[in-house]
Write a protein that binds this ligand. Sequence first.
Ligand code: GKR
Ligand code: MG
Length: 428
Amino acid sequence: MRITDMHITPIAITDPPLLNAAGLHAPYALRIVVELVTDDQIYGLGEVPGSVETEEALKAVCEVVIGQDPFQLNALDAGIRARFSAETSAARGEAPWDKRRLVHVLSAIEVACFDLMGKATGRPVVDLLGGRARDRVPFSAYLFYKYEGAGGPLGMGIDPHATGWAAARQKAALDPAGIVAEAQAMCAEYGFQSIKLKGGAFEPRVEVESMQALQEAFGPDVPLRLDPNAIWKVETAIEWGKKLEGVLEYYEDPVRGQENMARVAQAVNLPLATNMCTTSFDDIPGSIRLNSEAIILSDHHFWGGLRASLGLARICQTFGRGMSMHSNSHVGISLMAMAHLAAAVPNLTYACDTHYPWQSEEVIVGGRRTFEEGALVISDEPGLGIELDRDMLAKLHVQYLTSGLQRRDDEIEMQKVQPGWKFEAVRW
Ligand code: GKR
Ligand code: MG
């Protein structure tokens, strides 16, 4: 079996005006869909965050990928790495999301190869990753402070006839009461049983009060997480972290860097979690030496793929770290890759993050995936268990071309609402 074609399609999906430490989500989130086709006309799919830089990097490896056997992942990995100069984890940048290119390229190609291998052998990807540790993968409700609107051209996203979560999704949520209402609507629709709030948007007091309000509304048994995306000072994180003891399941990236995380971990009686300070295998020695976090959020997009994520799981197990899963705005290819991976990792015991409720468009046949009591049920369908909706892919590609966006920049979006607003890596 040989790969004969590689199609790279940037897409733009409507995204609501969600707030985070770096500013405001644009009306569209960018993704790239990678399709590998083989000489026996099987196709496999991968999806990664979109930017012109990642698109160019993917184009640059086409000649390495075409002609390869999709089962020869080691050869593919070596061939792709040879095209890049070394990429440190500092290249992820200071924003909440990861800007590296090599890890995303490796991930897009490897996931598409797993989909191909699954389709060729008639087995679901989870079986190729060692088999099921679980049949149902629980996800958490991922809350955001947000302005009114549902994404797309400014002022045009609102559907006056929307009901349920579709109606709640477009409402503003700018204080603890708004966050509780958002959580209730999202949990009623999806059945999520854990809740995460994206913080770093307002001063710490407001965000801590939101967590306390969530605990009051949902009771002490619903696990809660807060993620200020490393924008707090160590003293701030300690002061407010103490008020969150007994409230949070875990405290995600309150501060920047492993040393600062370790200081907070020592002072506050809460498990710390990260997708910002330990993000590559090069970061593991520092994480272990400093004890910077108790839980690592895996993400196959920026850890370099599914096999790399299994490697990370082993490291977490060896060193007594917990494992959870990070997300960014995405569609169903990433969702199913995340779900197959999570189903195969015995020590991934936390409900995974997903931005999926914030999206409404889909590129897979049959449309959006449904959750059962907050979980995705992993079927026995071959590969990722999905087929590409080519009409939707074409439509979302046109949407990308007309959006004028080339990469994610939440600071520029925020400046449209608050002129002069500046991202600060540490604000409070
Ligand atoms: O979508 O605004 C966002 C999030 O802030 C995202 O970019 C982060 O990468 O979900 C993320 C996180 O857990 O840090
Ligand atoms: Mg995070």
